[in-house]
Structure formats: structure tokens, C-alpha cells
Design a binder for this molecule. Structure first.
Ligand code: 4NP
Length: 171
């Protein structure tokens, strides 16, 4: 983990409010799922008042749409209801959120291009920094062209990562 990321997490541990934005390519599979799982985590831990959680996409293709039906079905089976409507990430998000979490290396690189300043870049972190389950992936793989297994894998990785993120910022 980069020193700037460690410093950011240390600062957030003491913050009154923690504002997190999850980002993927389309904002219809991975990031709305991450948002719903993170919301579930903070509600289970009883500190939802402290968190502001949202998601957005690099691309504009799906603006206004609910998450992909397959992701909604797989998530619902685990008890998570996805209600987010897709939106595109914007430079203003770097003022509105403390932590901007990218699902893969391309998202991360695109976010660096969108960030309005070098300081804003320090808010970008990869989701897999928080994933510690045994996996061969060092990113959250795009399930869009995969079958059911791809969606289940994303949910496994995100359940692990969001729970760890909550623990890291509240322990
Ligand atoms: P996501 O998946 O980035 O996890 O939302 C995708 C959804 C749609 C597209 C790409 C990725 N697309 O190209 O339409």
C-alpha cells in the first residue's frame, strides 16, 4: 500500500464522516454491488450515520439505469437489494468523497486522468488493497461478459473487501 494511502486511511479513522465512492467502468455491475455491500456492512455494524457511500462509472453508456439484472439477481440471493441508478464520475466527486475506490487498473488510470489535482489523485485507491481472501485476482474482474460464476466471484471479493475496509477504518 502506498504511503499516501496509509496516511489517508489514518486520517479517515479519526474523521467524523467517511465519504466513499466506488468506481467501475459502467456503474451497472461491480461498483453498485460494492456500494450495496458497503451499505449493508455499515448498517450491520450500526455506524451508518458516519458513512456516505455512493458509486459511479467511468463511462456514460448506462446513465440512469439500474444495475445489470444479473448482478441484481445474484446480489438479491445473498440478501442485498441494489437500487442505485448509474451515473458518470466527475471531477467534482474528488471534492465530495474522501476515498475513491477503483475496481481495476484501467479504472484507476482513468480516475487519475479525471482527478483535478495531484492531491485529488491521492484519494484514489484500488479495491483489492482491502481484499485478503485467497484469489488469483489482484483486481475485481468485470463480470459483464462472464456467466453466473463471474457475478458470484465479484460478490465474494466485494463482501471480503468491504468488510475489511469497514474494519480498517473503525478498529
Ligand atoms: P461494470 O461492468 O464496469 O462492472 O459496471 C460493465 C458494464 C457495462 C460495460 C462494461 C463493463 N459496457 O461496456 O457496457
Amino acid at each position: 500500500m502506498k504511503t499516501s494511502t496509509k496516511k489517508l486511511l489514518d486520517r479517515l479513522r479519526n474523521a467524523e464522516k467517511i465519504r466513499v465512492l466506488f468506481v467501475c467502468l459502467g456503474n451497472i455491475c461491480r461498483s453498485p454491488a460494492a456500494e450495496a455491500l458497503m451499505l449493508d456492512s455499515v448498517e450491520r455494524h450500526g455506524d451508518n450515520w458516519r458513512w456516505e457511500i455512493d458509486s459511479a462509472g467511468i463511462g456514460s453508456w448506462h446513465i440512469g439505469q439500474l444495475a445489470d439484472k444479473r448482478m441484481r439477481v445474484h446480489a438479491q440471493r445473498r440478501g442485498y437489494t441494489l437500487t442505485h441508478r448509474a451515473r458518470q464520475v466527475s471531477p467534482i466527486d474528488f471534492e465530495r468523497f474522501d476515498l475513491i475506490i477503483a475496481m481495476d487498473a484501467q479504472n484507476e488510470s482513468d480516475l487519475h486522468d479525471i482527478a483535478p489535482s495531484p492531491e485529488a489523485c491521492d484519494r484514489i485507491v484500488r479495491m483489492n488493497e482491502f481484499v485478503d481472501m485467497t484469489t488469483r485476482y489482484d483486481y475485481i474482474p468485470d463480470p459483464y461478459y462472464e456467466g453466473a460464476e463471474g457475478f458470484e466471484l465479484v460478490l465474494d471479493l466485494l463482501e471480503n473487501g468491504t468488510e475489511n475496509l469497514h474494519r480498517i477504518l473503525t478498529e
